[in-house]
Write a protein that binds this ligand. Sequence first.
Ligand SMILES: NC(=O)C1=CN([C@@H]2O[C@H](COP(=O)(O)OP(=O)(O)OC[C@H]3O[C@@H](n4cnc5c(N)ncnc54)[C@H](O)[C@@H]3O)[C@@H](O)[C@H]2O)C=CC1
Ligand SMILES: O=C(O)[C@@H]1CCC=N1
Length: 273
Amino acid sequence: MSLRIAFIGVGNMASAIIGGLVASGYPADKICGTALNTDSFPELEAKFGLKMMASNNEAIASADIVFLCVKPNQVRSVLEQAADVISSSQMYVSVAAGVEISSIESWLPTPAAVVRSMPNTPALVMSGMSGLVANDATTEEQKDWITSVFNSFGDCVWVENETQMHQVTALSGSAPAYFFRILESMIKSGIEQGMSEENSRKLAAQTMLGAAKMATEIDDSIAQLRVNITSPNGTTEQALNSLNDANIDKVMDDAMRACVKRSKELASEMANS
Ligand SMILES: NC(=O)C1=CN([C@@H]2O[C@H](COP(=O)(O)OP(=O)(O)OC[C@H]3O[C@@H](n4cnc5c(N)ncnc54)[C@H](O)[C@@H]3O)[C@@H](O)[C@H]2O)C=CC1
Ligand SMILES: O=C(O)[C@@H]1CCC=N1
């Protein structure tokens, strides 16, 4: 029997997860969701087949598993307002960046299984990547169930300790945006050099997909995959020299560290809210 799932805050991230779940065959009649904008309900119901509800508490009361998909600063009020309908037999799964398990535990009226996740939007196209960590109340069976849910829209890893969720955020949660930013620059340059936007986008984006497939499916080191393309004194070497001159390692390290820094700030803001 499929467990009943409530998604509190159906926006970008919840839509991506729900889309993956439904596409993988999870029965949509076991899924409900809430959002502030009730005008979006007909479209969401038509798209996913789930039931949208105006009341978080009704949705939470009806569920075995509650996905907390509101913005980080909303998690506390959602849980505190639902105190009367929360039970210790439910499992709470948060996607909120920077919100620590101990904060969620302190906002729940009763001890319960809590999983903290950091998914990413490629879940929309079944290519998501998520980091997961659970509290001690979460059983191995519940973890297996969560693994299968997160695998339904991509892949996932359980991290060794919760602190590593900051690095997960930098490596995968926020990272699709870095790759989109790089694509934007490549496409812009292609257009400025006379290519159509359509061809520039197709050439660059399909190449990013192909490179990612090679990086995930071929056992060679990433450096070796790069070397295989780089003929001595050829075209690639010139492009890589330009990236190295711009100190690409430092650019990416700075970006990752800025992401981790904000994730830590969010965690302490949420813990003290
Ligand atoms: N967008 C992303 O790439 C990722 C987002 N996240 C996390 O996912 C969470 C949601 O982010 P997005 O989906 O991007 O935001 P979003 O703004 O697209 O969605 C949030 C949804 O929550 C609803 N909402 C707000 N307050 C509510 C309340 N009190 N009760 C019920 N619904 C409420 C809004 O109507 C909206 O539908 C955040 O905590 C974020 O940290 C995590 C990983 C990746
Ligand atoms: O930017 C954010 O805060 C969220 C978390 C990871 C991706 N988006």
